[in-house]
Design a protein around this ligand. Structure first.
Ligand SMILES: [Zn+2]
Length: 93
């Protein structure tokens, strides 16, 4: 694969989180619908419910809300950042 294509792919992946800013923020925080299968089927929240809202709050540097939505964000967010950086690194090799 040409080197230039590799770098453009890496740049695209690096800018991927910015795409989340174009999604209306309210759509993550309104409680009218959910993507959680467990919540849809049982009406109960599962162990992962709130993580999307927590991660989005973190992206907007709202640490207090992120913690309130899901405390597991302190583990999941660094793992996601690590995977994202690793993905970018692998694209540039
Ligand atoms: Zn859930």
């Amino acid at each position: 694969m040409p080197r230039l294509v590799k770098y453009w792919r890496a740049v695209a992946v690096a800018l991927l989180p910015l795409a989340l800013y174009f999604i209306p923020r309210e759509s993550f925080f309104e409680h009218t619908h959910t993507l959680c299968l467990v919540h849809c089927l049982t009406g109960e929240e599962c162990w992962g419910c709130g993580m999307s809202r927590a991660l989005m709050s973190l992206m907007y540097l709202d640490f207090e809300s992120a913690w309130a939505y899901h405390r597991g964000v302190v583990v999941v967010a660094p793992v996601l950042v690590w995977l994202w950086v690793k993905w970018i690194y692998r694209l540039t090799k």
